[in-house]
Design a protein around this ligand. Structure first.
Ligand SMILES: [Zn+2]
Length: 293
């Protein structure tokens, strides 16, 4: 044993010069590693018994870094996952590199089961965005990046939400040619037995649905539709993006703006105007959405 008596019982504190630095074990020690919040299990910290001054030995700091790396290793796409993503895209390594604007060697490194370092967090985010985009087509990029930052201990959601609140989305209505009546009405061929009072039997009298495409004038693309259901006299909103939250909705009908109504959009869908008739629906020209929450 080459441990001195002084080390065993602690060493003098160089801050207050009165207390002794004692080895203390914290089962859950809240600290920051590489600037990210992190909780170390059974952290060994020297703490002064008089002034609270603390010190962590180099070997212990190394252990914290290792624990941090291990903890987040699960938060990076594995070589198998990256290879599988490339497979689902049907791309060779060189084409995958072209898609991302990187080299084939980088792709090979990410996919190597014997790789020593995982891809950067930025690269990992892009790979995950590609995967989400492939599966869902529409991905809310800012929401996605906020979620990833949260995984690494930073909460930026409120700041981003505030920036988004300031934005009003203006959507113009693109008329869609009405479908031929035959195509709209449920076909009931002669001789086909229809139970009295069934939905199909009743449908033609009150049947009337239609839709207008919504065009996002900022991003210059179709982004959803307004649909009209005559059976409930309601104009509904359907957005391709899974928006959620409360919005002030203003409709321009011919040249007049309707007062803003609060609508609750869930997964891109919301009833927009109740008690509307087909004539009103056909005169809707524009929709403005302003986020409220
Ligand atoms: Zn001290």
């Amino acid at each position: 044993m080459n441990v001195t008596a002084e080390e065993q019982s602690g060493y003098p504190c160089d801050q207050c010069e009165k207390g002794i630095m004692r080895t203390t074990i914290f089962p859950k020690y809240e600290t920051a590693v590489e600037g990210n919040p992190f909780v170390v299990e059974n952290a060994v910290v020297e703490v002064c018994d008089k002034c609270g001054n603390w010190n962590v030995m180099y070997k212990e700091l190394e252990r914290w870094h290792k624990a941090y790396e291990d903890f987040h290793a699960r938060d990076f796409m594995s070589p198998q996952e990256i290879r599988s993503l490339r497979g689902r895209l049907g791309l060779s390594a060189i084409d995958f590199a072209r898609l991302l604007g990187t080299t084939r060697q980088s792709v090979r490194n990410w996919e190597s089961p014997r790789r020593q370092f995982h891809q950067s967090r930025m690269t990992d985010s892009i790979l995950r965005l590609i995967s989400d985009s492939l599966e869902n087509r529409q991905v809310d990029v800012l929401e996605f990046l906020c979620a990833r930052a949260a995984v690494f201990g930073s909460s930026l959601g409120k700041k981003i939400a505030k920036a988004r609140r300031a934005a009003t989305v203006s959507l113009s209505v693109k008329k869609v040619a009405p479908e031929p009546e035959a195509a709209v009405r449920p076909a009931v061929s002669a001789g086909e037995s229809v139970a009295a009072g069934s939905a199909v039997g009743e449908a033609p009298a009150s049947y009337g649905t239609g839709s207008h495409l919504l065009y996002d004038m900022t991003n210059m693309k179709d982004c959803g539709a307004l649909t009209y259901d005559a059976t409930i006299a309601t104009v509904s909103l359907v957005l391709w993006s899974p928006w959620n939250g409360a919005f002030a909705a203003e409709l321009r009908i011919d040249d007049g703006w309707q007062p803003a109504a609060k609508v609750q959009i869930r997964n891109g869908k919301a009833p927009l105007l109740q008690g509307a008739n087909t004539a009103i629906f056909d005169k809707i020209r524009e929709l403005k959405l302003t986020r409220l929450d």
